[in-house]
Design a protein around this ligand. Structure first.
Ligand SMILES: Cc1cc2nc3c(=O)[nH]c(=O)nc-3n(C[C@H](O)[C@H](O)[C@H](O)COP(=O)(O)OP(=O)(O)OC[C@H]3O[C@@H](n4cnc5c(N)ncnc54)[C@H](O)[C@@H]3O)c2cc1C
Ligand code: SF4
Length: 509
């Protein structure tokens, strides 16, 4: 055998650089389902099922192309249940001249597999991941010599570099950013019409996977009942088309809005297909730009959407590889509170949290503002140990892969990186949630109250957060107003908030 081409569960790109020059007569693809990847964090069952189903579909397609795929299934008797164990065994059995893979998406996996290859003394050919617009090397160059790495500068660089949404040297419409137009809420009446997203009922391969996951991981969180994720490139393209035609035009204005029993609203639900690499982000950005150029969707919606992919998605990957492995250990706010147990069940009477967590358990999905300003915000204000909340996010979302999940959680949502990503903590009272949703109308707590039996926990914990971090926050220009508001409070009010916050923390431990 010449090349053993390793394809991991988040590398299901039929045009992958790992397959360049593949010769069916001398090369083979290697894939493995192992329990470790579902148990190193307590993975949601839909997340496990989506990975396995997409992997099995990829394997079937490659075999149809006449390529040899050594595919280790989860139930195989000899399976060591770790990627390292399986790769080590395959190298011993097949003695390839060379191992080929594209850059991994997870530091832990990269380190363990590299160690196996080095121990076996086989040459390793690591190829770039063409699923990104910005290579890790180019991000390093972008970061070199900069004091802070803000998204906005990086995003403009990416627009210029790719020509996406550009008119010559100028941004389309004359502005880089339409954020002000993209912060709408629904008002009392709620969303007018929310089109149902395209659904992808399980085929025979997915059915078998769902049965396997139910049998092998009975105690893991999440329900398999509503599984309808796209699991092939063709299905992912149909999901893209459906989003562009039916939801993109509303995406911008309502991208920060939330509504009871509306898990998706106008979001795309495309992150998992992009992260597992069977939908190329360029295809997604091009389709969105086409919608603008042909009058299907307005510029603020299209710019807002492209910013998430060409901007945020690329940027967080850059941050991850720039700062790992020490990034994962950061805890700039010295937070040590345990994660409330109900994050795993949704059994809480805080209505916003119940909504966000229950839909996460039902579908493996919550949109960005639910992740940032409901589950993430509560954890930030409560002071949960960042590594514990990181493990929760990595476990429960279908799109969770460490390169994208960790900077979003540790950096953007918990401010645990001390400001590498965000210029200030995303801290807010319950009034923000009241403004952006109808959750508070169905809740027994009052977002305007910070003490007393109906005080909203977000509001209590917000003031307590500003109080606990007053010194650090007063040095941040963007937080000065919030600190001043605290300072205007009487000593008695501050003491009452501290007491209430302490009781809340105790009750949640
Ligand atoms: C605490 C927290 C944890 C997160 N964890 C993940 C994660 O594990 N995996 C993940 O893919 N995204 C994560 N995100 C980013 C974002 O919430 C999801 O990408 C998005 O909700 C996926 O749903 P969608 O496809 O409907 O996105 P849309 O709202 O339709 O957005 C379009 C696309 O933009 C990209 N995108 C949007 N925001 C971000 C962002 N901040 N970082 C990277 N890409 C972005 C995604 O690819 C997404 O599909 C997280 C955000 C927060 C605040
Ligand atoms: S009152 Fe507070 S806890 Fe209740 S839904 Fe509103 S923000 Fe959430």
């Amino acid at each position: 055998m010449r090349n053993l081409v390793v394809v991991l569960g988040d590398q299901l790109d039929r045009h992958s650089a790992a397959l360049d020059g593949f010769d069916p007569a001398q090369d083979a693809i290697w894939m493995a389902e192992v329990a470790e990847e579902s148990t190193h964090v307590w993975s949601h069952r839909v997340r496990i099922a989506l990975f396995l189903s997409a992997m099995r579909h990829f394997c079937a397609e490659q075999r149809q192309l006449g390529r040899t795929v050594w595919y280790q299934s989860l139930d195989a008797a000899e399976n060591t249940q770790t990627l390292a164990g399986e790769l080590e065994r395959s190298i011993r059995e097949h003695r390839p001249q060379r191992i080929v893979w594209v850059e991994a998406g997870d530091y832990r996996v990269r380190e363990s597999l590299t160690a196996v290859v080095q121990a076996a003394n086989v040459p390793l050919d690591v190829r770039p991941d063409r699923h990104f617009f910005c290579s890790t090397e180019d991000f390093r160059k972008h970061a070199a010599g900069k004091k802070s790495l803000r998204l906005e500068f990086f995003y403009r660089e990416m627009r210029r570099k790719t020509g996406i949404l550009m008119d010559g040297k100028e941004p389309a419409g004359g502005a880089w950013n339409f954020d002000v137009e993209n912060r709408g809420s629904f008002g009392k009446d709620g969303p007018k019409r929310v089109p149902q997203p395209a659904r992808f009922p399980p085929d025979a391969i997915t059915q078998a996977v769902l049965e396997l996951v139910a049998r092998r991981f009975p105690a893991h969180p999440g329900s398999l009942a509503a599984f309808d994720w796209p699991v092939t490139p063709a299905e992912a393209e149909a999901a893209l088309e459906d989003f562009i035609t039916h939801r993109l035009s509303q995406f911008g204005e309502y991208q920060d809005a939330m509504w009871t029993n509306q898990p998706l609203l106008y979001h795309s639900r495309l992150s998992a297909a992009m992260n597992l690499k069977y939908l190329h982000p360029k295809k997604v950005c091009d389709a969105a730009e086409r919608a603008y150029r042909t009058g299907v969707a307005p510029l603020p919606a299209v710019e807002g959407f492209i910013r998430q992919i060409l901007g945020w998605r690329e940027y967080v990957r850059g941050i991850y590889w720039q700062y790992m492995p020490e990034y994962a250990e950061r805890n700039a706010l010295d937070a040590h509170q345990p994660l409330p147990k109900w994050y795993w069940t949704g059994e809480t009477d805080y209505h916003c949290l119940r909504q966000a967590i229950r839909q996460t358990l039902d579908f493996g999905y919550a949109h960005h503002i639910q992740r940032l300003m409901v589950t993430g915000l509560f954890s930030l204000l409560l002071g949960v140990r960042p590594q514990e909340i990181h493990e929760w996010y990595l476990a429960v979302y279908v799109d969770a892969i460490e390169w994208v999940e960790l900077p979003n959680v540790l950096g953007m949502s918990q401010f645990a990186d001390g400001g590498t990503m965000a210029s200030k903590p995303y801290a807010a009272t319950g009034k923000y949630i009241q403004r952006m949703s109808n959750y508070c109308a169905g809740c027994r707590y009052d977002p305007t109250e910070s003490v007393g039996s109906t005080a909203c926990p977000f509001t209590t914990l917000y003031w307590d957060f500003i109080d606990r971090h007053q010194l650090m926050l007063s040095k941040n220009q963007r937080m000065v107003m919030q600190v001043r508001n605290l300072e205007r409070m009487s000593a008695d009010s501050r003491a009452a908030i501290r007491r209430q916050a302490a009781q809340l923390r105790e009750s949640l431990e």
